[in-house]
Design a binder for this molecule. Structure first.
Ligand code: COA
Length: 503
């Protein structure tokens, strides 16, 4: 294990997870590594949860604030949520226990654009960051830190925190050295300069993270794998959505609005995204690139087949099989993948310059193209906005996708008015369900409503949507975006009362 900690003087900082957790001040804001189940600290969060539980039993309860890159895993979010140990969580989560705590009102959650997190911290908008807790693969002789399967906000946490706890995880491959591209943290205005990145594959930083070693108070050795969850094979709805998107891309190429090798792809994780990637892998487009947040199995397959020439991301989110494929062929992938900090992977300046094709999953869309990505029936959080907002406003093409119904057909994903707004009509170009694809570019609100009902709504809900829209056209106080306000959210209230949106 010592070859992973190559500075002899740091051996004195090596301690147990419990001893490291004991150093964290009660109430501290902790910047933890971790992004979509990779590269998160595996041992100290659990030890901290135990300490919080014991403190509660002893009548000295305390909580901490947890900032990460994005979602983590049961060992981090789950462990701390179970003991009700988190006061404030930012910027994204997808953990069932955390979700319960947020929705029961036990935990505060600020659902923030992922690209904003590092700058909000360095601007001082979020108060003092007491602790950075970052997983690394190794600490090299010259003090460089070898990053692991996610980069996220790690460098920002190391720069901003008063004290640093490093988890050195020997499960993480040292062969990843060379895959990371970590520029110095972006300075605050007025000292910002243009980011010199003009293609998805370009490198603009160092292979390593770095920190002021005098701030390191603890080093904990681990040997634990990431949360690599298996993916379900794409279902019929996902395959249909994927096909609509592929046909749309083909038509855009034919019309001369997209080059034959498209533009850099950005896609969220999950069933639909995987189906799109699978479709692209089987489809006619060659020499593709991706400039995205998360690299999932579908992208490895595309790199392997040669369809995808290069992939830029901030983290992996691989199945166990995907991780094995990656580790077995790491030299091949290292040439074709770069992992960047999330304020670079999700940077609006770069997204607009590169012109991404952005495809993200949603909860619901309304007649006019407003999008709800995060809330169920207006009040309960599902996961969070993630990077979808970073991409939506700045992408070359912004595509939102969802099956047309949810909960066995009881819910229509196309509703008169969304019960929560994450992406306004101004940032939405395409909405696609398994029923069809609504191209909203250049359409006024009334024209959008016609196309969304026609192309995207499920046949079970189409007549009711049309009826609502036609009555709104007659009754509304204005004909620009016609609504019947007393009825606009009645589909949601009906679901809450009866378990179905159907009348
Ligand atoms: N109303 C109520 N619930 C709905 C719903 C709707 N209109 N649409 C979906 N859901 C529920 C599903 O029933 C499911 O619930 P369950 O876990 O209890 O079964 C859950 O939401 C997830 O839906 P699923 O169909 O499995 O889709 P998914 O895994 O593709 O997730 C989102 C969809 C919207 C939750 C997900 O894409 C997301 O979190 N998006 C926002 C963040 C984002 O865009 N990230 C990428 C940016 S880079």
């Amino acid at each position: 294990m010592t070859n992973r900690i190559q500075i002899p003087a740091l051996q004195s900082k090596v301690m147990s997870a419990e001893a490291a957790a004991a150093l964290i001040p009660a109430g501290a804001t902790i910047g933890m590594s971790g992004f979509t189940g990779s590269g998160y600290p595996k041992a100290v969060p659990g030890a901290l949860a135990k300490r919080i539980e014991e403190a509660l039993a002893a009548g000295n309860p305390f909580k901490v604030n947890v900032f990460t890159g994005a979602s983590t895993a049961p060992e981090l979010d789950g462990a701390l949520a179970k003991v009700n140990g988190v006061n404030l969580r930012m910027p994204y989560q997808s953990d069932p226990d955390t979700r319960k705590r947020i929705n029961s009102g036990d935990m505060n959650y600020i659902d923030m654009h992922l690209s904003h997190m590092a700058q909000f911290t360095s601007y001082g908008f979020l108060g003092e960051m007491k602790v950075a807790m970052v997983e690394v693969a190794a600490i090299l002789e010259d003090g460089s830190l070898v990053a692991t399967t996610s980069v996220g906000n790690n460098q920002a946490w190391l720069d901003n925190a008063d004290m640093i706890i490093l988890e050195v995880n020997s499960w993480q491959s040292m062969d990843m050295i060379g895959m990371h591209d970590i520029p110095a943290s972006i300075p605050n205005p007025p000292n910002r300069q243009p980011l010199p990145l003009t293609s998805a594959g370009q490198r603009i930083g160092s292979k390593f993270m770095n920190c002021d070693l005098s701030k390191v108070v603890a080093i904990v050795e681990t040997d634990a794998c990431d949360r690599n969850s298996a993916f379900a094979a794409p279902d019929e709805a996902s395959k249909a959505i994927a096909q609509h998107i592929l046909d749309f891309f083909a038509a855009e190429v034919k019309a001369g609005r997209l080059p034959p090798n498209l533009l850099p792809l950005q896609s969220g994780v999950g069933n639909i995204a995987n189906a799109v990637l699978q479709g692209l892998n089987d489809g006619p487009f060659e020499n593709l690139a991706s400039y995205t947040e998360v690299l999932q199995d579908g992208m490895l397959a595309m790199l392997k087949s040669g369809k995808l020439a290069f992939a830029s991301a901030t983290a992996f989110s691989l199945s166990p099989d995907g991780m094995k494929e990656f580790l077995d062929n790491i030299e091949f992938y290292r040439e074709r993948i770069v992992l960047r900090p999330q304020d670079i992977s999700n940077n609006p300046e770069l997204i607009r310059r590169l012109g991404t094709l952005s495809m993200n999953g949603i909860i619901e869309a309304d007649l006019y193209g407003n999008i709800n990505s995060t809330h169920v029936m207006g009040s309960a959080i599902m996961n969070g906005i993630g990077g979808s907002g970073d991409f939506a406003r700045n992408a070359f093409l912004t595509i939102f996708m969802t099956p047309s119904t949810a909960k066995g057909g009881a819910i229509s994903s196309i509703v008169p008015m969304v019960s929560h707004v994450d992406h306004t009509e101004h940032d939405v170009m395409v909405v696609v369900t398994e029923q069809g694809l609504a191209d909203l570019r250049g359409l006024s609100p009334r024209q959008r409503a016609e196309v969304i009902i026609e192309k995207c709504a499920h046949p079970d809900f189409k007549p009711a949507l049309r009826d609502y829209y036609e009555r709104a056209l007659e009754k509304a106080n204005g004909k620009h975006t016609p609504h019947i306000l007393s009825e606009a959210l009645s589909w949601h209230t009906r679901f809450l009362e009866t378990g179905s949106m159907k009348a």
